[in-house]
Write a protein that binds this ligand. Sequence first.
Ligand code: GLU
Length: 301
Amino acid sequence: MDDFQTGAGRFAPSPTSELHLGNLRTALLAWLFARSTGRGFRLRIEDLDTVRVAVARGVERSQLGDLAAIGLDFDGEVVRQSERLDVYRAALAGLDTYDCYCTRKEIAEAASAPHGDGYRPYPGTCLRLSARRRAELAATRPPALRVRADGASSTVHDVLHGEVTGVVDDFVLVRNDGTPAYNLAVVVDDLAMGVDQVVRGDDLLSSAPRQAWLATRLGGTPPGYAHVPLAVNADGKRLAKRDGAVSLSALARLGTRPGQVLTRIAVSLQLAEPEEPVTPSVLLDRFDPAMLPRDPWVVSA
Ligand code: GLU
């Protein structure tokens, strides 16, 4: 895979539905962060959860079309996680791991209260199983694979959030259906793609210490981060397709062109005046991470 001497940023959508205004805004920000620092910019399709390949490919095509329509360009080949299962498997070899038979319900019952983001740190139950109990459980269900973190903690640097420290629990690397977990794939791919700058929605901020720790474990250097505010609807809930005309195709049906959508996003970032025609390279000249809005973008559709 082609690395960039200068490092790279990336945008990594899951091909589950059309990109909405919030996703497009995050993509634009990732592009601005990368290009303003002379980095390459990569596109990765995070399709490990894909149940129906044909549907995912259709969604992927629409996502690529939408990114091009607002003027974002990418370097190198598009990377698809579903085509890299061997790479994820190979990465496991260097890690200290163990099988886990716990169900979601058992973890919920055993664990202390969930974190603010709903994530329940794993209490290590299956690390302490007797051989007999392990054999009994192995006869009933397939295991997930967890990494042994021994209560590590990890600190990342985020351009918008400063130093962020998190405890690293024994998180899942491979789910019990054999699918590599998001936290494994994202770290392996960022290292392989030469990504040293991760710009994404701030819903993933709490995953960053875990991922940075894993990057180090895999012999790499963790990227720098910028977790950017999400777009929300009028009720303050994370923006979704059902919130009305929030995708390029829905807006096009109302007569709004992609360039006008770019302006709307740029206005939300205080990088353009209402109605002002802009391009990503015009915005690049105005971009200053220190000036970015820190609050969610409220989208009224
Ligand atoms: N695929 C994830 C999403 O669409 C993004 C993961 C990441 O940027 O690390 O939310």
